[in-house]
Design a protein around this ligand. Structure first.
Ligand code: SAH
Ligand code: SF4
Ligand code: F3S
Length: 450
């Protein structure tokens, strides 16, 4: 029997991390397999799916505003369903379940992170009953690998190697909404990577909340280095990964940065704080000294590595002196990019009940001070590339200026250049072109195709 989804239009809106982006590709693949057709805008969609993030309160508030505003939009005129179906999935779906109805009245479906494959069924049931459908599993049994996927980009692919997280940093909701850490068998990973290469994919990003502990559950000890070797061995041109927990970053993995040419010289290594006292209260299980040692080893193995990090300011009990330690660390490392966050209490996490909250204006002041150092050091770090010729994986025409191309350098910098005459941006997309850098700004490089 045909699905009622046959011929309906859908649009997926994605928030949060790459895990959600990858899950959205699977949602899209599933809906297509039922005959639904993807459209670019919410206005044109019969079915709108929100893949949500609950890591910080600000992300939730924005999302709910968005959902409520589309519920007020008239449904698509031509629809045979007569209403626009709105489904909420991802981490807020998992965390709040049916409770989301109170905050976003009128939504039709809520589903969780462990039951993506049920979305078509839930939407079908909602259409049939004209009512609300909801299902969130507490924990998935297996690593979900066999769902159809519609990749966002033909030349780059996300490849999850672990799901879930066992680290329980005291501020973080992720272990509660993504479940226990589970690794995917090595052979599956390598054969998926090989199939991407055969498809013309140029870049693979390996995904996990802590890729460094890959394999502990399956093989008894971490085996991330083996995954990197296996994936690079498929002949793929570029390999990246996210995210890497400093407590588990091994010397073996560090040394691969010097020996596997496909492994791109960019490492995201979230530090969260430069104060040992705060790190301990965050349950991060490394010290500032250990972290700086990792940075030194990385730079020895791969001198041009671009480092990026995440920092939380205003964690409960953070003093001015703790914050100064963070500032000094960020200044010392000289990151290419730092993602800075003001601490946001998440119900159910240990830190949410710590009594010594930092007043918002103090946290904001620290955030602003940190940002000043981040910008200065990012600008300096990009100057290394001035005058160099860098291979750029082209993403397409630049969003702001159609006459320029935009893409990524090996160090994961954004690079712009005028599109050479007689060439269409669409022909360059997915290709690697050489760009001579003649301008190095804080957040991008610019140059000429050579
Ligand atoms: N697994 C990754 C991070 C996932 S969450 C890792 O361990 O690095 C992404 C980032 O959000 C975190 O690195 C942290 O900096 C930030 N974050 C997580 N929980 C937060 C909270 N409660 N308040 C503010 N920032 C938070
Ligand atoms: Fe959250 Fe920590 Fe796990 Fe990262 S490692 S997802 S910050 S609990
Ligand atoms: Fe957010 Fe869920 Fe990722 S909470 S950061 S979308 S795992």
């Amino acid at each position: 029997m045909n699905s009622v989804l046959e011929g309906l239009s859908y649009n997926v809106q994605t928030f949060g991390c790459q895990m959600n982006k990858h899950d959205s590709e699977r949602i899209s693949g599933l809906l297509r397999s039922k005959g639904a057709v993807e459209v670019d805008s919410i206005e044109d969609a019969d079915v709108v799916v929100f893949m949500t993030c609950c890591v910080r309160e600000s992300a939730e508030t924005r999302l709910l505003g968005h959902v409520n505003s589309i519920k007020n939009m008239p449904p698509k005129g031509s629809s045979r369903v007569g209403r626009r179906i709105v489904a909420i999935g991802g981490c807020m779906g998992q965390n709040y379940g049916e409770g989301l109805l109170e905050r976003a009245p009128g939504i039709d479906v809520v589903f969780g992170t462990h039951n993506i494959s049920e979305l078509p069924k839930l939407v079908e049931a909602s259409i049939a009953s004209e009512g609300f459908e909801h299902h969130t599993l507490l924990q998935a049994d297996d690593f979900p690998t066999d769902l159809p996927t519609k990749r966002e980009s033909p030349w780059s692919a996300w490849l999850p190697i672990t799901i879930g997280c066992d680290n329980y940093c005291t501020y973080c909701i992720v272990p509660y909404v993504r479940g226990r850490e589970k690794s995917r068998p090595m052979d599956d990973i390598v054969s998926e990577a090989a199939s991407y290469v055969a498809d013309g994919v140029k870049e693979i990003t390996l995904l996990g909340q802590n890729v460094n502990s890959y394999g502990r559950d399956l093989y008894g000890s971490p085996a991330f280095a083996k995954v990197l070797e296996g994936v690079c061995g498929t002949g793929i041109e570029r390999v990246r990964f996210a995210t890497s927990h400093p407590k588990d970053l091994s010397d073996e993995v560090i040394s691969l940065f010097g020996s596997l040419p496909a492994l791109m010289p960019a490492l995201h290594l979230p530090v969260q704080s430069g104060s040992n006292r705060v790190l301990e209260r965050m349950n991060r299980r490394y010290t500032r000294e250990h972290y700086l040692e990792l940075v030194a080893k990385m730079r020895e193995a791969c001198p041009d590595v671009a480092l990026s990090t995440d920092v939380i300011v205003g964690f409960p009990g953070e003093t001015d002196a703790d914050f100064e330690d963070t500032l000094a660390l960020v200044d010392e490392v000289g990151y290419n990019q730092v993602f800075t966050f003001i601490y946001s209490p998440r119900t159910g996490t240990p830190a949410a009940s710590y009594p010594d909250a930092v007043p918002r204006p103090v946290a904001q002041r620290r955030f602003d001070a940190l940002f000043g150092v981040v910008e200065k050091r990012a600008f300096e770090a990009n100057q290394d590339d001035l005058g160099k010729v860098v291979p750029v994986l082209v993403e397409g025409a630049s969003k702001g200026d159609g006459s320029r191309l935009s893409g990524r350098s090996p160090r994961n910098q954004n690079v712009h250049a005028p599109i050479p005459e007689g060439v269409a941006a669409s022909d360059l997309a997915g290709r690697i072109v050489e760009v001579k850098v003649n301008e190095a700004k804080t957040w991008y490089l610019a140059g000429e195709v050579v």
